[in-house]
Design a protein around this ligand. Sequence first.
Ligand code: PNS
Length: 177
Amino acid sequence: MTVQRTGIYPGSFDPVTTGHIDIITRSRRLMDRLVVGVAVNTGKSPLFGFDERVDMLCAEIADLPSGAGMAEIEVRPIEGLLVRFARNCGASMIVRGLRAVSDFDYEFQMAGMNARMERDIETVFLMASERHTFIASRLVKEVALLGGDYSSFVPERVGRRLAEEVERHRERKASAD
Ligand code: PNS
């Protein structure tokens, strides 16, 4: 009997960037089933609601090629503890992308605490590909809200959604002033 290897790629995905897609694409080769876990409560105040974040992710994932040696992908909400979610999914690993040294502290703490809570689930880090090392959803949103060109940081469809959201944000702000 072959063992099915399940991995979780958790995140806020507010919104999904080309960096996230790169990690999804690469981590698929390491497992049989990849569950992309979208945090319901991000701990930050998200620009996009949960459903929109999921919709954008699903649309991008649907466009990824599938085939031999590539894990099936599911998108699911994470409501409570990540390790509990991972265990309920039958996962043996949590995948996180590492971009720069500045990510390390936070990731080190999370991986350590998660490991203490769930010994059997390993956190696996993938170094961001060179083209994506500097991309962060937080900065993409900042650039978008300040009128900069963010088109190379997000998939095209996400860029269009972001433009609509920025417009909506401006209208809300204008009517509040
Ligand atoms: O994309 P992000 O915002 O860096 O993702 C953070 C995320 C969702 C992975 C993290 O906030 C998380 O694990 N949330 C679930 C709640 C949890 O388990 N918190 C304790 C972590 S030690």
